[in-house]
Ligand binder design. Structure first.
Ligand code: UD1
Ligand code: UDP
Length: 370
């Protein structure tokens, strides 16, 4: 193609990188149509670099904005100001952002100010509660209101966009690119390479938690539930790759550090984390991405939140919302440990989020951008 379509992809955190990686690969495979430019804000530094390394992505621009214990105000203004320069220099035909982080919201706004059309990957997720998750619900509503191309993963997310008055002709149901990343990664995993210092004779419970609305008492309740479960069940071990946010790391190490059969570890590279999900018996999480991945690996997921913008696997019964009350977490895990029928019911493999072809569908839409 003589006049190639210039696509500027902007992302900054671990989950955005994992979910954008297969799309960047697909855009770059179609180099006769596209000129691909990648800009990372590095809202996350170390956790972003892990993904860039794994998927061999070499950004054209690295804004390197992460500060220790950063706040939403400075983060938003840094993304807005620093992406301005990149957008003006590149002058792309379309900017792509992902999901609901502050990077996505502020980069979409930045492109809008430059009157560049924006494509939103993972559009249309909603809880319809502005503080849950915070600030993600408003970030995605805001991004959706700015974007021209809405790449929605499921029927539910398409319906949410229609309810939000987004014109139907701008909505594309594509599946979620997380499944593209997951299927590609698990295909290449050699699980025997990993042991994470786990005892193969014990059942592994994998925990991840990082949400802002769980800071303070909720995260302490989650830790106390783990202590009680490990104390009651000598045949389990809990493994927790701890998110580096100081609001998570400090209370978690204080309450769970050095405890018997509770293994606190550094955030894992995506491939290692997929191996760990596969090796686990039960997954406890407040993560969005893990809620989407674990059901297709046939792992029961207990979600440490009261609401979710990912209701699909809850409907299938493989994901259950348990909130952050200590006793409720303990009783739900105990039920899965004690009741084989319930465990079997929740560990059926379902995959409502995609078929591994989302990036290809998005690229077909992008081919028509100009
Ligand atoms: C961010 C996103 C959240 C997403 C999550 C995924 C916002 C407001 N929040 O939350 O939507 O679910 O990422 O993990 O966009 N840190 C490091 N190294 C890293 C990453 C983070 O040290 O590689 C520490 C830093 O002290 C940093 C802090 O964690 O200031 C918080 O990072 P931030 O991106 O603001 O919030 P998250 O809780 O990671
Ligand atoms: N993940 C990872 N290493 C870890 C923990 C999680 O690679 O130690 C992956 C996980 O498989 C998922 C993504 O990170 O794809 C989720 O990121 P996170 O929970 O930080 O963010 P969220 O999805 O909640 O926005």
């Amino acid at each position: 193609m003589e006049n190639k379509i210039k696509v500027l992809t902007i992302f900054g955190t671990r989950p955005e990188a994992i979910k954008m990686a297969p799309l960047i690969t697909e855009i770059e495979k179609n180099s006769e149509y596209f000129e691909s430019i990648v800009c990372v804000t590095a809202q996350h530094r170390q956790m972003l670099d892990q993904v860039l390394h794994l998927f061999n992505i070499k950004p054209d621009y690295d804004l390197d904005i992460m500060k220790n214990n950063q706040n939403l105000w400075s983060l938003t203004s840094d993304v807005l100001l620093k992406t301005k320069d990149v957008i003006e220099k590149v002058n792309p035909d379309v900017v792509l952002v992902h999901g609901d982080t502050t990077t996505s919201m502020a980069a979409a706004l930045s492109a809008f100010y430059a009157k560049i059309p924006v494509g939103h990957v993972e559009a249309g997720l909603r809880t319809f509660n502005k503080y849950y998750p915070f600030p993600e619900e408003i970030n995605r509503v805001f991004a959706d209101s700015i974007c021209t191309y809405h790449f929605a993963p499921t029927d539910e997310s398409c319906e949410n966009l229609i309810k939000s008055q987004i014109p139907e002709e701008h909505i594309y149901k594509t599946g979620n690119t997380v499944i593209d990343a997951l299927l590609y990664t698990v295909k290449n995993i050699d699980e025997s390479k990993y042991n994470f210092n786990l005892n193969p004779n014990l059942k592994t419970i994998l925990l991840t938690s990082h949400r802002r609305e769980n800071f303070g008492e909720p995260i302490k309740n989650i830790c106390k539930a783990c202590l009680e479960l490990a104390e009651k069940n000598k045949d389990i071990q809990i493994v927790y790759p701890v998110h580096p946010n100081p609001n998570v790391k400090e209370p978690v190490y204080e309450l769970l550090g050095g405890k018997d059969r509770i293994n606190l570890i550094q955030p894992l590279e995506y491939e290692e984390f997929c191996a760990l999900m596969k090796m686990s018996h039960i997954i406890l999480t407040d993560s969005g991405g893990v809620q989407e991945e674990a059901p297709s690996l046939g792992k029961p997921v207990l979600v440490l939140r009261d609401t979710t913008e990912r209701p699909e696997a809850v409907k299938y019964g493989t994901v259950k919302l348990v909130g952050t009350d200590k006793d409720k977490i303990v009783s739900n895990v105990q039920l899965l440990l004690d009741d084989e029928t319930e465990y079997k019911r929740m560990s059926e493999s379902v995959n409502p989020y995609g078929d591994g072809l989302a990036s290809k569908r998005i690229v077909e839409v992008l081919k028509k951008v100009k």
